[in-house]
Design a protein around this ligand. Structure first.
Ligand code: TXA
Ligand code: MG
Length: 335
């Protein structure tokens, strides 16, 4: 049920229910972190495996510090610069306040202070909220209340409507490892806040970026994610037109596994006849904002496949986060 009633949303959360809330990135499926049953309910509703941890949302720096057992100059600088906003910091958790269910047994909790004013007003009245994106596991994330409703028709969830999300893709997830004053940073998920933005804010600190992270530290980094209802094919170089190419795609799609890391791979139902192109704005900011709703829109036209053509201007760092989503959402990349 879609509603603008903030008081009701808060009441539902305080009485141990899950509620979908707007944030500036995507809609989240939220529960109070001190209601363990509600937290479990998030996983079962999303059909999300328990090995994939949840981000906890706060509405102040003090609240973030209460949930953690480390705080250093690097975290302080990042939080001051980018919060409230689309940055999730992975910080050693306070075991009394943050359960192992939330972090899937990891010692760190992902924390984020969202900038959306409704999210802030809710958290101010409920305390910290665990919230993954409000979609079924592996599927396209929601950037409008209506997306959440169509995703959870059967579950009949209370959805607080905050309008379309401004950023449109999920937060940057950053691991900060304090090696006695030298900070090792790893971006586990790229987002609106880019590596160069982080570098600018850390100018006076001793830090380095490390590209590879042990899989155990990043259990949510699946090969596939964000998948629409119809197979998405990315063309890196080729022009889409001739019949041979369609046949080639059809054959390749048939060889795909049904599932990878518990994410179902989307394949065409029969012969490829109807093709729909996904066209995004040339401005990366706008492209991120419209990505998920456009993916849903083109799927609704029920083509056999969706195609997306990669262009040379997509190489820029500003496109990295959008392409991470597109490539994971794709059933096939043709280069
Ligand atoms: O913008 C966002 O981050 C949105 C809004 C609702 O805040 N939330 C979101 O949550 O995208 P979710 O669960 O869809 O994605 C969170 C990602 C997952 O890949 C998860 O594995 C990773 O962050 N993550 C969360 N906590 C973690 C932890 N303690 N250690 C490593 N990765 C973690
Ligand atoms: Mg998600």
């Amino acid at each position: 049920m879609i509603s603008r009633d903030l008081t009701k949303a808060i009441e539902h959360l305080n009485s141990g229910h899950i509620v979908a809330i707007p944030t500036e990135t995507v809609y989240g499926l939220a529960a109070r972190i001190d209601h363990p049953e509600a937290v479990r309910h998030i996983f079962t509703t999303k059909e999300r495996p328990f090995f994939d941890p949840l981000i906890v949302h706060v509405s102040s720096l003090v609240q973030a510090q209460q949930l953690t057992k480390e705080w250093n100059v690097c975290l302080q600088k990042l939080a001051e610069t980018f919060w409230p906003g689309p940055l999730t910091l992975l910080i050693k958790k306070n075991d009394q306040k943050v359960s192992d269910v939330i972090t899937s047994g990891l010692e760190r909790v992902g924390l984020r202070w969202p900038s959306h004013s409704l999210a802030q007003q809710v958290i101010a009245q409920t305390g910290p909220l665990a919230a993954p994106s409000a979609n079924k596991f592996g599927k396209t994330s929601p950037t409008q209340a209506e997306h959440v409703e169509s995703e959870f028709r059967k579950e009949n969830i209370f959805i607080l409507d905050g309008g379309p999300c401004d950023v449109g893709i999920e937060s940057t997830v950053l691991l900060v490892n304090d090696l006695n004053g030298i900070f090792e940073l790893s971006i586990l998920r790229p987002g609106h806040i880019k590596k160069t933005d982080l570098e600018k804010s850390l100018q006076n600190l001793n830090y380095r970026f490390v590209e590879t992270v042990e899989k155990s530290q990043a259990p949510g980094q699946m090969k596939h994610h964000y998948m629409p209802q119809v197979p998405l094919i990315i063309f890196e170089r080729l022009q889409m037109s001739d019949v041979d190419l369609l046949e080639h795609i059809q054959k390749q799609l048939l060889t795909l596994p049904d599932e990878v890391e518990q994410v179902k791979i989307i394949k065409p139902q029969g012969e490829i006849e109807k093709v729909q192109e996904l066209i995004l704005s040339k401005d990366p900011r706008q492209a991120a904002r419209e990505l998920y709703s456009k993916l849903r829109e083109v799927s609704q036209a029920q083509p056999d496949i969706i195609i997306f053509k990669k262009r040379s201007y997509h190489q820029d760092e500003s496109w990295l986060a959008v392409f991470e989503r597109l490539e994971k959402a794709a059933s096939l990349i043709v280069s």
